[in-house]
Design a binder for this molecule. Structure first.
Ligand code: HSE
Length: 438
């Protein structure tokens, strides 16, 4: 059988890794795909004489559209990242009747609905395994492996850089900027690292997971997004004293009123497996009605792990080249005509438990005022921890753990607590998830 021809857009960390993996494992990959897979054309800027491993025989260009418009190319692999020109290139590739493989989570999260509709109309596949959790085959697991189940919720550590930073803060009390610089040097961080530390990258990925779990359109703008940049060393330490770890989680849950989509720092019990996922590793915990809990763990970033997912998609697309377009795995797991409009809940409508840290005068009645406000707001307190004021100071740190309550009710209680004369500054709030099977 004639080889399958790949056009590669981008030869950076993931693009270079993809060329290398295809070359290193060519024989094994061909045994699986049933055909040779060869990169024939690649677009990259500023390479000079430096050619990544596996690209010696590849025609090089700086013009990505030349690759997309090359009639010899069967599959376009988009590894440039970002919105533009990735979006235009992918739409042009589809228009040209080419299949597409991409690792671009921002592209899928923001423009996936239009991209999949165009691909459907043209009878081509757009595969995006590497867009979520790097090398972990989580898209395949949800779309195919769990297709018998109603998915109840998903909670994932889906940004390697953020997890690397939180792990180093906990284990080595290292400086935030210093750890971020290391993640950048290792090729884990996004081109704009605020995407990692402010939760945007995780929000892109969560929105994709939510759509394929619940059969709803991609709605990136509805994801509640909070990053790790305000997590302090104090909170990491207090959480540990209470038996918790702070992880940056993406959570999506089907409730009776709608779907939750949220990304934020979260306290999780330290004895959960997912609480022990450290460094750049990712993990996705899925609660499904028939299987129960299942946990998917692996490298969430880096050249070879991400290339592993990209190449798996290339193999998948190769196998499906001769199949009937109407009988392929749907892009969003559910048949396009059966995608529904279940509402997405605002953060005010989400129910979760809370860790609160506040600074208050160390004198009689202060704690009583705080617990009175909680009682009036119908918030049940699970645990209280008070730290003595440092010598010579009059303010103490108070930590409260609450039971589950509607976020809107918690916001009202926090406002009232902040208005107490005895409380200084803002109340720090971190959400708590038990992630139990019940
Ligand atoms: N910046 C991302 C991360 C890369 O750190 O997880 C993989 O998407």
């Amino acid at each position: 059988m004639k080889p399958v021809n790949i056009g590669l857009l981008g030869l950076g960390t993931v693009g270079g890794g993809t060329a290398r993996v295809l070359a290193n494992n060519a024989a094994e990959i061909a045994r699986r795909a049933g055909r040779e897979i060869q990169v024939i054309h690649a677009a990259a800027r500023g390479l000079g004489d430096q050619r990544p491993e596996g690209t010696d025989a590849v025609e090089m260009t700086e013009d990505a559209f030349a690759v997309v418009n090359n009639p010899q190319v069967d599959i376009v692999v988009e590894l440039i990242g970002g919105d533009s020109p990735a979006r235009e290139l992918v739409m042009q590739a589809i228009e040209n009747g080419k299949h597409v493989v991409t690792a671009n989570k921002a592209l899928i999260a923001k423009y996936g609905n239009e991209i999949f509709a165009a691909a459907q109309a043209k009878g081509v596949v757009v595969a995006f395994e590497a867009a979520v959790a790097g090398g972990i085959p989580i898209i395949k697991a949800i779309r195919e492996g769990l297709s018998a189940n109603r998915i109840q919720w998903i909670a994932g550590i889906i940004n390697g850089t953020g997890n690397f930073i939180l792990t180093e803060m906990r284990d080595k009390a290292r400086d935030f900027a210093d750890v971020l610089a290391e993640a950048q040097a290792l090729g884990y961080a996004e081109a704009d690292p605020t995407f990692d530390v402010e939760g945007i990258d995780a929000a892109h990925k969560l929105c994709i997971l939510s759509s394929i779990a619940f059969g709803v359109p991609l709605q990136f703008e509805k994801v509640y997004t909070e990053g790790i940049s305000k997590v302090s060393q104090d909170d990491v330490t207090f959480a540990a004293q209470l038996g918790y770890r702070i992880k940056h989680l993406g959570v999506t849950r089907a409730t009776d009123n709608g779907i939750e989509m949220r990304v934020h720092p979260t306290l999780i019990p330290e004895n959960r497996l997912i609480a022990n996922v450290d460094g750049v590793m990712n993990a996705v915990l899925i609660m499904a009605d028939k299987l129960g809990p299942s946990l998917y763990y692996g490298a969430g970033a880096g050249a070879d792990p991400t290339a592993s997912a990209v190449v798996a998609d290339i193999v998948d697309v190769t196998r499906s080249l001769t199949t009937d377009p109407d009988n392929r795995v749907p892009h969003l797991a559910f048949q396009p005509s059966r995608i529904n409009d279940t509402p997405v809940l605002s953060m005010d409508e989400v129910e979760t438990a809370y860790y609160l840290r506040l600074n208050a005068l160390d004198k009689p009645g202060v704690l009583a005022d705080i617990t009175r406000i909680m009682g009036e707001s119908e918030i049940s307190i699970e645990a209280i921890l008070q730290k003595e004021p440092p010598k010579g100071e009059t303010n103490a740190t108070i930590i409260l753990l609450t039971q589950r309550i509607l976020e809107a009710q918690m916001n009202r209680a926090i406002d009232a607590i902040q208005q107490l004369d005895s409380v200084s500054g803002e109340v720090t709030r971190i959400r708590v998830e038990s992630l139990s099977s019940e």
